[in-house]
Design a binder for this molecule. Sequence first.
Ligand code: GRF
Length: 201
Amino acid sequence: KRIVVLLSGNGSTLQALIDQQPVSHYEIVGVFSNCPDAYGLQRARNAHITGHAVDHKNFPNRSAFDQHLLQKINPLNPDYVVLAGYMRILSSEFVQHFSGRLINIHPSLLPKHKGLNTYQSTLALGDREHGTTVHFVSDELDSGAIILQASLPVHPVDTVQTLEQRVKAMEHKIYPLAVDWLCSGRLIGKDSVVWLDNHPL
Ligand code: GRF
């Protein structure tokens, strides 16, 4: 299956997807960034994938930017659009267009800690576990159907950096896995429910 990846920054998540591509059922056919200097674009080029910069600052509003993005993505015929550290909220038109085919990874055990700074809030609240969630994107921020979650214990000595490092290591395992399951037809999403077919893992 064909996937397009959207990002805004470093792109370590994209790198994990690139690294697992040879043993997966997906092909990354394009990478888009709203930040022209995102290192993720360089990672794409290093892997011989076309990286497109579409700077949101050149557009008058979100809707105009998203429409342009849609026009650039559509000719690539993606089966799935995969958000990997894409730091802009997508308009309802964009989300509807790719309904059931648009996924994200968010660094918390949703529905806890939606939005930004999840590590800070986890530590501030004294949570004993933290983690990450792969989910379908819906109109409401960080609220679509959950596909897969991974959790880990928070240690008393943890800082934002140590926690982020461990969560990211997990993200780099579960995101390629979830995308592979979707693309192989093993994972089926309908309305707000996601299930695995009955093949052994
Ligand atoms: C990841 O932690 C992901 O959960 C969040 O953004 C981060 C992206 O990191 N949505 P990177 O740019 O892929 O390194």
